[in-house]
Design a protein around this ligand. Structure first.
Ligand code: SF4
Ligand code: SF4
Length: 347
């Protein structure tokens, strides 16, 4: 098993992963339902977890709203790469005689919950496997942070019947999260509570992060239906300017009301494909809580400054997105034909 564990880690690293860790079923005992490895493989014994860094060169141009395509393309590429590494790892383990299941990096949901895929419950949580195996640690945001790349990573996992040799969590004193709350400040939806924390226990080890509000908050903003921060001074990459409610239960109706305009907006260029989304296509517009979190606090502060000082996004008639001052955005919207304007805001 020592040799096999080493080869599994080597394979993941050779194919592009950064940190690699291993958890076992015992190490996950007592964890949330999405740590139950038998959900995807009844006789599962362990799981491989790994992180692939996103390209940091594209993050500042994303926050200062100068380059939309570069990070979007990189995000797609790294997600596909994580799913691909999982598939290669699972094939390798199967060929060694150990039944194994690769997990998709994203957009895989349980179908046996009350609302099926709309509950957005993953078969297995990459995040829990990653923190339990020492690939990274939880930040206040609930994102997994790594020592080198912060939260700017994509996680992948494979579940296997092999008794791979486990790795230990990173000691709490090595977690760089200092509760700076810039992740919360960079979130226009209010998804991250930032004050109240929750603790989960896996295999006798406690892990804490901020309570989250209803996931429809993130769906509404990160899904691109709207993007203007309540201050009116900055936005995500979404040109939508529909109001962001205060209460969790107002988000789903707000989201439903914005579906029509969302579907009618031009969508040139790249798309993510997700069956949860109206029209099955989604443009990446946020991810701020993830991209802002760098191990160096000065970098975090710089990214936040770029975000809030780079204005708001408007959409041009050819579908391109442009950052303008908040005042200019109001003028551009006011000059639109009312039918066009309703694609972006309520009038
Ligand atoms: S942005 Fe700050 S508070 Fe949020 S996870 Fe990162 S270090 Fe922690
Ligand atoms: S992805 Fe965007 S909307 Fe969703 S929690 Fe993070 S910052 Fe908030």
């Amino acid at each position: 098993m020592e040799k096999l564990t080493g080869r599994v880690k080597d394979l993941a690293r050779c194919y592009g992963a950064g940190t690699v860790g291993i958890t076992t079923t015992q190490m996950l005992e007592g964890g949330p339902p999405s740590t139950d490895l038998s959900y995807v493989l009844p006789n599962a014994r362990s799981a491989v977890s790994f992180a692939i860094p996103l390209d940091h060169n594209h993050i500042a141009p994303w926050f200062n709203k100068k380059n939309y395509q570069a990070h979007f393309q990189n995000n797609i590429h790294i997600n596909v790469m994580a799913s691909g590494i999982s598939l290669e790892l699972a094939n390798y383990l199967k060929n060694k005689g150990f039944p194994s299941v690769p997990l998709s990096a994203n957009t895989a949901y349980r179908t046996d919950t009350k609302n099926g895929i709309y509950d957005e419950k993953p078969p297995i949580s990459h995040r829990y496997l990653a923190v339990r195996s020492g690939v990274g640690f939880f930040g206040l945001s609930g994102n997994v942070l790594t020592k080198t790349d912060g939260a700017a990573i994509i996680l992948g996992s494979v579940v296997t019947e092999a008794d791979l040799i486990p790795t230990e969590p990173i000691p709490a004193e090595e977690n760089y999260c200092d509760d700076c709350r810039l992740c919360k400040a960079a979130c226009a939806s209010g998804f991250i509570d930032g004050e109240e924390k929750i603790t989960i226990t896996m295999g006798g080890v406690d892990f804490s992060y901020s309570k989250k509000h209803h996931h429809s908050r993130c769906d509404y903003v990160c899904g691109g239906f709207t993007g203007l921060h309540k201050s009116g001074k900055w936005s995500t990459w979404s040109p939508g300017r529909f109001p962001i409610p205060d209460n969790d239960d107002e988000f789903f109706p707000a989201l439903l009301n914005s579906v029509g305009p969302y579907l009618k907006r031009p969508r040139p260029g790249l798309s993510l494909f997700n069956a949860l989304m109206p029209g099955d296509r989604v443009q990446l517009t946020c991810g701020n809580c993830q991209l802002i979190c760098h191990p160096d606090k000065d970098v975090r502060k710089k990214r936040f400054k770029l975000l809030i000082e780079s204005g708001v996004i408007v959409q041009n008639p050819d579908g391109s997105l442009e950052a303008v001052t908040p005042e200019e955005a109001i003028k551009r919207l006011a000059s639109m034909h009312p039918e066009k304007r309703t694609l972006y805001e309520k009038i």
